[in-house]
Write a protein that binds this ligand. Structure first.
Ligand SMILES: [Zn+2]
Length: 204
């Protein structure tokens, strides 16, 4: 919260060099003073333009600033509830899933953005493991097909080829090597890759 306050509030006391560290509840007060709060939620600007995907799956700017919603009422209540435990002065209430949710929402602010990156890293690692299993499965199916079967399936793949004006095209399958990976999703990042399913070996 300190990082967000010093980025979002010009001249905020957290940005000074006296070593003074305002309390979390003081920072929540400062955010509400600066940006207001509606139903206990403060909208804090990020200094970045908001983006969205258009109908082609391309990232486009929306022409207004991206704000993140900070649930100040919830965080304030959680601070009070966990006060004893956090200061080591006795048993207190544990953090709840809702507390962690409210904290992880702060991470959308560009002053932080570390939790999300870490979660993405973990998702990539999980994705790699899933992909190994998926490749084994597709290889097993491929081993059941003879040359005629494969030829027939490569021919059938023509039916799944996107229209000439579709930016998505058939991709090479990493398992069977045929250009038979039919796109099933949109190219959200504009990298020329989409989710797809192989018409020959069924690799996804
Ligand atoms: Zn394949």
């Amino acid at each position: 919260m300190l990082a967000i306050a010093s980025a979002a509030i010009p001249g905020h006391i957290s940005a000074n060099t006296t070593g003074f560290m305002p309390s979390a509840s003081k920072i929540l007060d400062d955010l509400v003073d600066e940006f207001g709060a509606i139903s206990g939620v403060a909208e804090v600007p990020t200094g970045e333009e908001a983006h969205d995907l258009n109908h082609l799956g391309m990232l486009v700017g929306l022409g207004h600033e991206l704000k993140i919603a900070i649930n100040v009422d919830h965080l304030r209540e959680a601070l009070e509830r966990t006060q004893l435990a956090r200061h080591g002065s006795g048993p207190g209430e544990q953090l709840t899933d809702a507390d962690l949710q409210a904290l992880s929402e702060l991470d959308a602010h560009p002053a932080l953005r570390s939790l999300g990156d870490r979660q993405n890293d973990q998702a990539w690692t999980r994705g790699d493991i899933d992909n190994d299993v998926e490749m084994d499965r597709a290889l097993e199916i491929l081993s059941l097909l003879d040359d005629d079967d494969i030829k027939a399936r490569v021919g059938a793949a023509e039916r799944y080829r996107p229209d000439y004006d579709d930016p998505r095209q058939m991709q090479d399958c990493p398992v069977c090597g045929h250009q038979t990976l039919a796109p099933t999703g949109s190219d959200g990042f504009g990298y020329g890759h989409t989710a797809g399913t192989c018409v020959v070996c069924t690799y996804r």
